[in-house]
Each structure stands twice: as C-alpha cells, then as structure tokens.
Design a protein around this ligand. Structure first.
Ligand code: GLU
Length: 477
C-alpha cells in the first residue's frame, strides 16, 4: 500500500492567516488519519515577494496549533533540502530534460515585444496566448532567457477530490515560464517537480490555483509522471460572503489569536469546520476526533465564511472544557497586574468562578481585577442599565442600605449568602434583575461577574461592606 504523503508548501511572503493555516490543517489531518507523513516545504522562489522572518513565523504558527511535521524544513528528511531556493540544480536538470525532449524552449522576446503581442490580442478582442507567438527558431537556452514550456494545448478533464469533475478547453493551456531569467523556477514548474520527487500523494491547495491546473496537467503529461490526487479548498470569504477574506475583514496573523487569548484547540476546531463538517450537528471536535473523522469528500465546494463570533464562541466552549489546573497554567501571562502578588490557590479559586464565562484568556483582567484591587465606581453603569436606570437615586440608596445591613449579618459562605440574598428579595419586594444587578455593580463595577453569592463570598465581608458604602456615597452625590 502506498504511504499517504501530504505537504504544506507556503511561500515566505508574510504572516500566516486563517486561509493558509486551514490548508495546512487539512493536509495534516489526511496524513494523520492515514498514518502518513506530513511535509513542510518552503516555496521561496519569488525573491521579490519574500518577507524576512516569515519562515520562522510559519513554523511558530504551526507549532502553536499543534500541526507538527516529521519531514521538511528544520527537521530534514529523505528528500532534503525542503527549501526550494536550495534545490535550483534539481529544477535545472529537469528543465534540461524538457529541453532535450523538445518540450521546452528559450523565450527570445523582449518585454516590449511581449507587450506588443498582448496589446494586439486585446485590440482584436482575443485572449493573449503566448503559444500563438512561439518562435520558429528559438535560441539555445543559456540560462539568461526565460525557459518556456512547449505545451500541448487540448481540452482537459480531471477529477478534483473536492470540486469533482472539471473540464476546460484548449485555451486554458499555454506556454508558461518554467525557469525565469533570474535562474529561479516558477511555482508552476518547481512545485510539480518537488511533489513528484517527494512522493506527494495528495496536493491540497487553495482555489486560486484551480485555473492553472490544466497547465499543470499538461506538464505532468510531458514529464511522463503520474499526478497526485488534487484537492482544491474553496476560498475563505469575509463574513458577508461577498469577497475573499482580506486584512480589513479580519485576516490577521494567526499568532495574534494566541496573544488575544484564544486556545489552539479552539482555533483548530474552528479552522477544521471552515468548510468541513462530519455530516452531524457536532460542533466541538478534539484534535483526535478530527483526525478520526476528517475526509475530503465532506469538504464543501462552496466558499466558507469567516465568522469570528463563532470562533469566540468555540473558544469559550474550549475554555470550559479545560481542567482548572490546565486553564490556570495557560492564564499565566493574562492576569491583571494587581494579581501578581496574590497566591496561586487564591487565584485558582477566582479562576474557577469565572471559567464558565471567559470567552478569551485576555478577558481575565476585565473579569477579575475587582477581586484584586478596588474598582472605581462608574455611575453610568447604573444609569445605562435597563432596569436600574429607571429608578431614583433615593430608591437605589435605600436598596443599597438594606443590602449592606442584611449582608453584614451573613457568615459569607456561598450558601448562607444565597439565603441572605433570597430573603432580601422578599423583604425589599424587588426582582433579582434589579436587586442582584445593583449589588453586583456596587461590589465589582464590572460588566459581568460570576454568580453573585460566590462573588460576594470570594470578596469577603469587609470588602463587600466598604464597597457597598462607597456605592451609597457615590449614589448620594
Ligand atoms: N507556495 C504556494 C503558496 O504559498 C503553495 C501552493 C501549493 O500548495 O501548491 O500559495
């Protein structure tokens, strides 16, 4: 049986965003599922587009997500090197084979001549095809001219593992450049050589390459090699579904999500379900469930939409799933400054209270700082509250006073506090939506807090008394 070998072959042209990482993930999942090998190859043949530091950034992004490679850049392997710029001799040898077989020729034209051909085609309302201008006696290729593929234009039919049956007419095939005049190969050429030499069985890549596929198929034929399985992943679109996800719509560096307090498990879950589902309603998938369930035939053909709210929801779900100790470890850098001197067990206790409400780890200061430092009363939070906003200051002061007195008599474990709060509802005749919201605001001045009795218990009697007192003063001023 053939071993499944998939690869991720990014160009080092900047940070990795959602679309790119999803391609890596799908290729990795196929390899994992089949006990195959996942390879990381770097396609750095377009020197003009290269951005310093991108390779490290790519590796870091994959490491963060847990997409590991056992062959490729940094780790090496039987088909090294895995950096295309270190493989130029290999491409030259294969290019020479094509020259020798009469399937490649040196391009003798200047930029101006090419421009003229193109303009003439446009003027005649025709698509420009280089092969319409194939030179009769091309010069001997000495490496200073671009080397072009002598294509065999014809209609083309193929099966894409995601998109299904596809076909094009001969116009999709042209004499494309194999080696540029700077000595570097084009993507169109070298990825085919590498996929062949590296024994890649499945090529997964984004939809932007689909229009070039007939050219690739023509080259496979000319080289006499069997092509791998081709799987085209639909675009990731902005949330409105109208355009490809761009920087303005949230296509940011995947590592920013780490800084923003997202869990890699949630991101992997999110990416996997961008255009794939297992045919059930299941939404939360662990990495091992994904490995078990993933298959190309359930990847949808239509573009996926990037819904950052869903990612946030998934992240909250994943935060809830973690054990307290695991969550605590991941929170290290996210605690507010004021928690620095607080002991671990006290912090863990607070963390346990907010775990179910945290959507990102970066929300930790907003959710917990009032446990570690005195909050500043912000009266607009009262006036902007739907129900409290309708009450007079006198009514509020009187409610706060009743709460202060009743709570001063509680022994501050969560259960007694709940009893105190319940009887307070009866004595004041208020609804929980009013009474509890008011107490919550008065002790925390935060938009959310855990269950009120637990919040009060964690704060302790003294702090609750003094915060209620300062709320009364704020309300009276
Ligand atoms: N180097 C190409 C890119 O970064 C990869 C396409 C492929 O996977 O073949 O877009």
């Amino acid at each position: 049986m053939t071993t499944i070998r998939t690869r991720f072959a990014p160009s080092p042209t900047g940070f990795m965003h959602v679309g790119g990482v999803r391609t890596a993930l799908f290729a990795w999942l196929i390899a994992q599922k089949n006990n195959g090998t996942f390879i990381l190859r770097i396609e750095d043949t377009d020197k003009a587009r290269e951005v310093d530091g991108s390779i490290a950034q790519i590796e870091k992004s994959l490491h963060w997500l847990g997409i590991d490679w056992t062959e490729g850049i940094t780790v090496g392997g039987p088909y090294a090197p895995y950096l295309q710029s270190e493989r130029l001799d290999i491409y030259k040898q294969w290019a020479q084979k094509l020259v020798d077989n009469g399937r490649a020729y040196a391009d003798p034209y200047s930029q101006t001549e090419l421009e003229e051909f193109r303009n003439a085609a446009v003027a005649n309302n025709k698509a420009f095809l280089y092969r319409d201008h194939r030179p009769e006696n091309p010069p001997v290729w000495d490496g200073t001219q671009p080397l072009r593929f002598k294509s065999d234009p014809k209609s083309c039919k193929w099966t894409d593992a995601v998109m299904g049956e596809l076909s094009t007419g001969p116009e999709a095939i042209d004499d494309f450049i194999l080696i540029k005049s700077d000595g570097y190969p084009t993507y169109n050429f070298c990825h085919i050589i590498d996929d062949m030499l590296m024994q890649i069985t499945h090529v997964l890549r984004s939809q932007e390459f689909i229009s070039s596929t007939p050219k690739f198929l023509n080259l496979y034929e000319a080289l006499g090699i069997e092509r791998p399985i081709l799987a085209t992943l639909p675009y990731v679109m902005a949330i409105d579904g109208k355009k490809k996800l761009g920087k303005r719509d949230g296509a940011k560096d995947i590592l920013e999500y780490d800084t923003d307090g997202y869990l890699p498990e949630a991101m992997m879950n999110f990416l996997a379900t961008l255009g794939w589902n297992d045919g059930t309603e299941q939404e939360i998938f662990t990495p091992s469930e994904l490995i078990e369930k993933f298959s190309l035939d359930r990847v949808q053909k239509s573009p996926a939409r990037f819904d950052e709210k869903r990612l946030l929801w998934l992240n909250g779900q994943w935060i809830r799933k973690l054990s307290l100790d695991d969550l605590f470890e991941r929170c290290t850098i996210f605690w507010p400054e004021s928690a620095k001197s607080i002991g671990n067990s006290a912090k863990k206790q607070i963390l346990m209270l907010v775990q179910d409400r945290l959507k990102t780890l970066a929300e930790l200061p907003m959710m917990t700082s009032y446990f570690f430092e005195e909050p500043t009363p912000n009266w607009s939070m009262v006036t902007e509250n739907n129900q409290l906003g309708k009450m007079s200051r006198d009514e509020i002061v009187s409610l706060l006073n009743s709460a202060k007195t009743a709570l001063s008599e509680s022994n501050f474990d969560a259960e007694s506090l709940q009893n105190t709060l319940n009887s307070l509802l009866e004595t004041t005749g208020q609804k929980p939506g009013i009474l509890f919201s008011l107490i919550r605001l008065a002790v925390s001045w935060a938009p959310f807090s855990p269950a009120l009795n637990e919040t009060l218990s964690a704060l302790g009697n003294d702090r609750v008394q003094s915060r209620l007192q300062s709320a009364i003063e704020t309300a009276s001023n």
